[in-house]
Design a protein around this ligand. Structure first.
Ligand code: BGC
Length: 753
């Protein structure tokens, strides 16, 4: 069976975008998919970002979204039955001031993209240069037709600024064109629990050709100031229109009109500044916003765009992956790399990588285990090592909160349980099976330290920050296991592994293995730090009242006596107790109409079934591949993968990497396409909610670690590469300990430079 037929048979892809190596293109407005397009065409610069909402009025279905990194609202928890230990709130990523808005009037008729007749529509996300472009003709009820071209970007060269160029050309008449560019802070979150408003008005100002708005989040009291400054050209010459301006609470606008001859083009440039109290004192915020807005205005659109193109060129120089012979795969990998770079730049240790980045509201929070398990390798290899270090420091800075989180659940003695979802270190997820049970996240956070130190050889990190986090995490594991008199072994009850289609499982192999691995690793790190930095070590012993001998003795006892389920006479590591009692079925035997099962089956049916949401045992074998034989990896892959529905975006990439390692070329490719085109082809029918940003880093891993076979051994990087038969060649760069290494793979072999 060919790859395509397999792919089509098992999935309901939604394909409406054109393929291009550097661009995402929608030709002809696909109304039905507009909300998905709003996600897919999102733009951002690490500091702020937004969905691809239209600038002009649009009364059709749309999820409005402009987001500012680190600015959130603690939305009061909403559950049916309160359980002790639930967090009080869920941190919402906030829809904030809409700064793209431009109302457009042709004579006295307002352009409403939803109701006027549009033609020749095309929308292009240029990933090489970092901008979003739309063009279309629009016919007003009176029959007047104009052409519109709109280009915008969030500057990565100056991450407090953005710019929009919006042009209108009358095609069949001569008449008045009126523009009403505005800032609108009267916005809501679609996912608000109690229909609350999250923002308060602080100040609005308007001047001829300028406008400013300052709003404050309720409860968290973040101030955000947004500004606009305007320029206008007619027939490419700058003009000074007579602006009428006004403001009210939550709103600031300018308004001007100009007679335009048929065939001539009028362009409105809207320069935008976005700053928040995360970076400036509240007293200075408006002044800093004016400064940023005027800086952009002073530079002008073309110069800002040139800087944008240069900055993106620098990103691509290191991070690009070139795939020859398969345009869909090429487009997809660039889309993933592009979105990762739009979401997180590593400038600020308070920020992190939300599962939806700046592309939607779902998932709230900013930080999941996704960051450590999936995103870290991408940033480690395609950026200066300080970027990955920032991600680690983020967790170090939250250690105190992780200890408090554990205390709330009844743990003692400095045990740290990092949150499943957080903005500021506090847990804010409130489904008991995830909040209390999905404790494997602690493992990923410890593993990230190991991974980073292994890759960068930044061993000082351990004595400066890493050991503190490891001790807290190990203390948690040591209290979370319990001794079973029946088994005469340690067991771990009531957990949820990465596979969220099983709850309250006993002896989830992944979690138990991770717990013992953390204990083993921490003991090694203790020895290393004690030798290399004895003073730092003594300080930590004091600070955490660490009873090294007693505590590590107990840890060793756990390591030596932990229970792991295994199917007798085989290599199968049991996902949890009782797994073999389930009715074991294969995903290929499900009907397409039942999938995704999470949208068609009751939760009860899902929980009792054998179907696996995402890699669980296999996630462990991905992390700890070096501790198992190839036969063990193969037997477990062959056993679990056919039962895996991949209904988490995090699943296909890990399977692709393992499949590549095991020489399952077709499977590796199928999984690669699924991870890389997850949103572009909307496999899980959820692109309208936002993109799967964190799994995009997994896409990168499936090329570099999967097909490229990159592994670290001691101080060396090794590549055991394969070439999918659909590709002529591929090449990528990794930055390793200060050196850029280029890997090129084609049918003649592998060249590493
Ligand atoms: C996955 C989790 C993941 C979360 C955010 C869920 O669907 O099961 O593993 O952390 O999405 O990406």
């Amino acid at each position: 069976m060919s790859y395509t037929s397999l792919y089509k048979r098992t999935n309901n892809m939604i394909k409406y975008l054109k393929t291009d190596p550097w661009k995402i293109i929608e030709e002809g407005f696909k109304r039905k998919h507009h909300r998905s397009s709003e996600s897919i065409f999102s733009i951002g610069n690490g500091r702020f970002g937004q969905r691809a909402n239209h600038e002009e009025k649009f009364t059709g279905p749309s999820l409005q979204g402009s987001y500012v990194a680190g600015v959130y609202y603690p939305d009061k928890t909403r559950v049916g039955w309160w359980k002790n230990g639930y967090p009080e709130y869920f941190a919402k990523v906030l829809n904030s001031t809409n700064w793209i808005g431009v109302r457009v009037f042709i004579e006295d008729e307002e352009v409403d993209f939803a109701t006027c007749i549009t033609s020749n529509f095309s929308r292009v996300l240029d990933m090489k240069e970092g901008h979003l472009f739309r063009t279309f003709n629009i016919e007003m009820p009176s029959g007047k037709i104009v052409n519109v071209e709109a280009k915008r970007f969030c500057s990565i060269a100056d991450d407090e600024t953005a710019a929009i160029s919006y042009s209108v050309t009358p095609l069949n008449f001569t008449g008045m064109i009126r523009f009403q560019p505005y800032l609108d802070g009267d916005v809501k979150n679609h996912d608000s629990n109690y229909e609350e408003k999250f923002w308060e008005h602080l100040k609005s100002e308007s001047f001829a050709g300028e406008g400013y708005l300052v709003t404050r989040t309720r409860k968290t009291e973040f101030d955000v100031a947004v500004g606009m400054a305007l320029r206008v050209t007619l027939k490419n010459k700058e003009i000074e229109p007579s602006y009428h301006h006004s403001q009210r609470d939550f709103y600031s606008e300018n308004n001007f009109e100009k007679g335009v001859n048929q065939g001539e083009t009028i362009i409105l440039y809207k320069f935008v500044g976005v700053v928040s109290s995360l970076n400036y004192s509240k007293d200075d915020l408006l002044a800093m916003c004016k400064k940023a807005t005027r800086r952009a205005h002073g530079l002008g659109f073309e110069k800002m765009l040139d800087a944008q193109i240069l900055s993106w060129a620098a990103v691509w120089q290191l991070a690009d992956i070139v795939i020859e012979g398969d345009e869909e795969a090429q487009q997809a990998i660039r889309f993933n790399i592009f979105q990762m770079n739009q979401t997180y730049t590593g400038e600020d240790a308070r920020l992190n990588i939300g599962p939806k980045g700046f592309t939607g509201e779902k998932y709230g929070g900013s930080t999941y285990w996704d960051t450590e398990a999936y995103c870290l390798p991408f940033y480690m290899s395609t950026k200066d090592q300080k970027v990955a270090r920032q991600l680690l420091i983020y967790r170090y800075n939250h250690l105190g909160r992780a200890i408090e989180n554990a205390e709330k659940l009844g743990f003692k003695n400095g045990a740290a349980l990092y949150p499943m979802v957080t903005m500021n270190g506090e847990e804010c997820h409130n489904e008991w099976e995830i909040t209390f049970e999905e404790i494997h996240r602690n493992g990923a956070i410890a593993y990230a330290i190991y991974n980073y130190v292994n890759y960068t050889n930044d061993r000082n990190y351990l004595s400066e920050y890493g050991l503190d986090v490891l001790i807290g995490i190990c203390r948690f594991w040591a209290q979370r296991v319990n001794w079973s008199e029946a088994k005469k072994q340690y067991v771990m009850h009531g957990v949820t592994g990465p596979n969220e289609y099983e709850n309250n499982a006993n002896n989830n192999w992944y979690t138990s293995y991770f717990a013992t691995w953390c204990l083993r690793y921490c003991i090694k790190v203790i020895d290393e730090v004690q030798k290399s930095a004895p003073d730092a070590f003594s300080k930590k012993v004091k600070k955490y009242q660490f009873a090294k001998d007693d505590e590590t003795k107990q840890w060793r006892h756990i390591i030596d006596n932990m229970y792991f389920g295994k199917l007798e006479g085989t290599n199968i590591l049991l996902q949890q107790d009782g797994f073999m009692d389930k009715e074991l079925r294969k995903v290929v035997d499900l009907n397409d109409a039942e999938r995704p099962i999470n949208q068609h089956w009751s939760w009860d049916r899902i929980l009792r079934s054998c179907f696996i949401k995402q890699a669980d045992v296999l996630q462990g074998l991905y992390f700890f591949e070096h501790e198992f034989s190839t036969q063990e990896l193969k037997d477990n892959f062959d056993f679990y993968e056919p039962m895996t529905v991949h209904e988490s975006s995090l699943s296909p990439c890990v399977h692709s990497i393992l499949a590549a390692k095991l020489g399952y070329e077709e499977k590796a490719y199928e999984m690669y396409m699924r991870t890389s085109r997850l949103d572009l082809d909307d496999y899980n029918h959820e692109a309208h909610e936002g993109l799967h940003i964190t799994s995009m880093a997994g896409t990168w891993m499936s090329v570099v670690q999967g097909f490229g076979g990159m592994r670290i051994e001691g101080d060396e990087l090794k590549f055991n590469a394969m070439l999918p038969k659909q590709w002529k060649s591929y090449s990528f760069n990794v930055l390793f300990r200060g050196k850029i290494i280029n890997v090129h793979v084609d049918s003649a072999g592998v060249v590493v430079n």
